[in-house]
Design a protein around this ligand. Structure first.
Ligand code: PLP
Length: 366
């Protein structure tokens, strides 16, 4: 099998599985228990938080909260920040559904919510961002790397604009497709940043939210007061340890960049790359006149797994993002997404490129 759908999920690495097993079996104890085994598990959780802070390049001040997914981390970041007196909330048109649909829900509840346009590169249109920000803007959420196209938003540029126009606004970023993939230091003015274990060879069902100032956040899940009272529920020690294993194995020096370049350089020129200066892990393509979904299934028959768009959202959301970038309907219908990991090889890229060229020619001649 060739697996080129790593933006939807990744194969857990060996170390992640080893830690996960260890804490599911021998070290199954409740991290809130006051005997040694519980305390040891709590320490293991804290060490994972420290590792996350170190990987982000921020100071650890008990400010990483584990959640049951990045979807939940995004919901916590937004709904836990929102106050009744919030004047204006800004999101990008390219956000993942876990942010976008939360924004729509707030809009339906009467909040003043605005969406910033994307430019044809797939990143946030800076001029529109500047236009939509006003001194009374209370909250901003702009993703770091887009999951459909790999478009990268320059968070430092966005933050400096925000600091000029509305310095007190809270700034959140969904970092799921950036963390552990792009090497960066988190801008110190970012208030909230969401990540997910299963996108970096860790287990599913573990997310985390970095919170610069816990005093500004309210819980959205109530219970026993775990995670500094901000996310109740017995800690998922095994999952968190699986996340630790994945983070310890992060390796920025891998072959994804050369895999992506090979495919782009050797594809039938009827394929157009969607987006510019995108993450080396994601390649969004469009071929006018063919159906992307058919292509996905033709490749599946050859044991090659790619995607039509984001897995959790189906093709409709692919439409939303690609359409927001200005693609016409035919290009949207003819779109596919390939996404890579450190386990992929150039040999696989050669096979997939050949198949894409063969099948697309066949489809376009029908
Ligand atoms: N944000 C982005 C950019 C994603 O790609 C995903 C996963 O598809 C999520 C959020 C949701 O992550 P999780 O599966 O942990 O809920």
């Amino acid at each position: 099998m060739i697996y080129f759908d790593n933006a939807s999920t990744t194969k857990p690495c060996e170390k992640s599985v080893r830690y996960l097993n260890e804490y599911l079996t021998d070290k199954f104890f409740n991290a809130s228990s006051i005997y040694k085994q519980g305390i040891d598990n709590k320490t293991a959780i804290t060490n994972c938080k420290k590792l996350i802070a170190k990987t982000l390049g921020v100071e650890f001040k008990d400010n990483v909260i584990f959640t049951g997914s990045a979807t939940e981390a995004n919901n916590l970041a937004i709904l836990g920040s929102v106050r009744k007196n919030f004047k204006k909330l800004i999101f990008s048109a390219g956000e993942h559904p876990s942010v976008y649909n939360t924004a729509l829900d707030l809009q339906n509840k009467g909040y003043n919510v605005e969406f910033v346009n994307l430019n044809k590169n797939g990143s946030v249109d800076i001029a529109d961002f500047k236009n939509k920000l006003t001194p009374d803007t209370s909250f901003i959420s702009i993703m770091h790397v887009n999951n459909e196209t790999g478009a990268i938003n320059n968070l430092t540029e966005l933050i400096s604009i925000k600091n000029r126009i509305c310095p007190n606004a809270i700034f959140h970023s969904d970092g799921v497709q950036a963390f552990g993939k792009l090497k960066f230091t988190l801008n110190r003015d970012i208030d909230l940043y969401s990540i997910s274990a299963h996108k970096i060879h860790g287990p599913k069902g573990v997310g985390a939210l970095y919170v610069k100032n816990k005093a500004k956040l309210n819980p959205i899940v109530f219970g026993g007061g775990q995670e500094y009272n901000l996310r109740s529920g017995t800690e998922n020690v095994a999952g968190i340890m699986g996340f630790t294993g994945a983070i310890e194995e992060i390796n920025y020096n891998n072959s994804v960049e050369s895999i992506k370049s090979y495919i782009i350089e050797n594809l039938n020129p009827n394929f157009k790359v969607n987006g510019e200066e995108t993450s080396p892990y994601i390649l969004s393509l469009s071929y006018k006149g063919i159906n992307g979904e058919t292509l996905v299934h033709m490749l599946e028959n050859e044991d090659i797994l790619i995607s039509r768009g984001s897995a959790c959202s189906g093709s409709k959301v692919g439409n939303r993002i690609l359409t927001a970038m200005g693609l016409d309907k035919d290009s949207v219908v003819g779109s596919i997404r390939l996404s890579f990991s450190r386990y992929n090889t150039l040999g696989e890229a050669k096979i997939v490129t050949q198949k894409l060229n063969d099948f697309s020619t066949k489809l376009s001649n029908l």
